[in-house]
Design a protein around this ligand. Sequence first.
Ligand code: NAP
Length: 270
Amino acid sequence: MINSNTSLYAVIGNPVFHSMSPVMHNSAFQYVGYDGVYTAFTVTDIESAVTGIRALGIRGVSVTIPHKVSVMKYLDDVDCAARAIGAVNTIINRDQMLIGYNSDGLGAVRALEEHTSLRGKTVAILGAGGAARAIGHAVMAEGGHVTLFNRTAEAGKKLAADLGADFCPLSDNRRLNCQVLINTTPVGMIPETEAMPIRAQWLEKDMIVMDIVYHPLKTRLLREAQRRGCITIDGLSMFVYQGAFQFELWTGKKAPVEVMRKAVLQELTS
Ligand code: NAP
């Protein structure tokens, strides 16, 4: 029952109409009996939106494209990992103090670590955008050795230099030479579901292959990887684990990860 004591949470971004976060967090609030409600706001003016968070006492916010970087300067504090990444996707409101975090990389690492430890592993990351930056930081913090593969050399080299990782052009016709492969490009996403970011021949048996695209859940990359005997991880796992981090930060309760996954899965397949 929503009443005057109910805490408000939201995702802010543009667009947000497709966001799975409200379904995921509301099902988790309900499951653990937490008196909170989570909604979505389309935001064009991020400075005014942050003023609104303070003014209305919104307790926690997820931040999505295009505000993950620009929101930072309006917050009271940013945790050191999010500062190193240079982007915030989570805000907690502690007595009017707005503190920013980044749960994207943590979500990816938690999904990967269900299958392997990253310490000492060779990890190829496809892409050099915001998600690659967050995941690259988190993987390196866990002791992984990262090589970035990107279409545009300039962006790839810049991120590789920031991370202290290696760089290789995505078009380079060679083996990936890695134990873990993570696709952070949107290649394979609906409607171009037959597209693949790399040649299928580059996939080798026993590689761990994660695709952070989750629409569709089984991308062509994951289907080809499965056929070749790789361990595959879909983008929903990262999404749910980054949401679990937010839930735990906001409520202080353990996140019901399976409930959250089921709720998003149901929404994606309905
Ligand atoms: P972004 O900042 O725009 O970066 C996109 C990256 O993909 C860039 O490096 C870009 O390369 C590359 N790319 C784009 N189109 C390509 C193509 N046709 N061929 C090869 N490379 C291409 O985007 P982002 O924020 O990192 O997000 C990337 C994807 O991850 C999106 O699909 C997003 O929905 C998904 N995502 C999922 C989760 C999750 O929880 N599962 C979380 C965050 C993001 P250039 O530098 O050459 O342009």
